[in-house]
Write a protein that binds this ligand. Sequence first.
Ligand code: SF4
Ligand code: SF4
Ligand code: FES
Length: 237
Amino acid sequence: MEELEVRVWRSAGDGAFATYRVPRQTSQTVLDVVTYIQRELQPDLAYRYACRVGMCGSCAMSVNGKARWTCRTHVAKVAANGRLELAPLPNLPVIKDLVTDMSAFFEKWSRAKGSFSGALTRHDDFARVPPASPRRQAVDAGIECIGCGVCYASCDVVTWRPDYLGPAALNRAWTLMNDERDVDGLERLRAVAGDAGCHSCHTQGSCTERCPKALSPTAGIAGLKRMTAKAAMKGDL
Ligand code: SF4
Ligand code: SF4
Ligand code: FES
């Protein structure tokens, strides 16, 4: 039977790669490989997943040096030579083996005011947002984020300056800035305009290149740069 040679990062801190041999299967995903190792070879291997269908965002890791979601990544696409190297996502602290601590990633969503603030109550009529309006289209282009952290792990600026809000939080802020129902826009612009915000992005686009949902945080961040510049010129920031 054909086999894969799989190097897997083990343990926190000063860890090391361990090597496993895994049988090849038709349509096998990288997550299938990790699951095989944990169930058949290394029961104490720590990794994370939930949905297995590309919705929850929990299964991302570094695969042969690139951050990817693993439940939708076929082995045939990334291991043509029969070898895989699996490691925890870069730019995040490792808890154990392939599991990273995502706290800083989600705290940055909060710092970027990444939650909706509305003014209407349930007694008010529904807001009607025309699907073809430019703002609604901008929201649609960025809304399908699953919070996987692939963009964050692929961003050089996050590596260089860990306080940078990063592509996912800024993409979220951009979608909310275009949500006609949201009333916290100025505060959000203040939150993303600072030194660790949108203006630190170098727009080289690793986040956009790697996002498994084909979103473009780079475009959203460029939009935030324009919005913050306009607000500054008006004297609002
Ligand atoms: S385009 Fe900006 S957010 Fe995206 S990877 Fe580059 S620096 Fe990071
Ligand atoms: S923007 Fe894309 S890569 Fe980044 S967290 Fe959302 S889905 Fe994942
Ligand atoms: S397990 Fe949910 S996105 Fe991969």
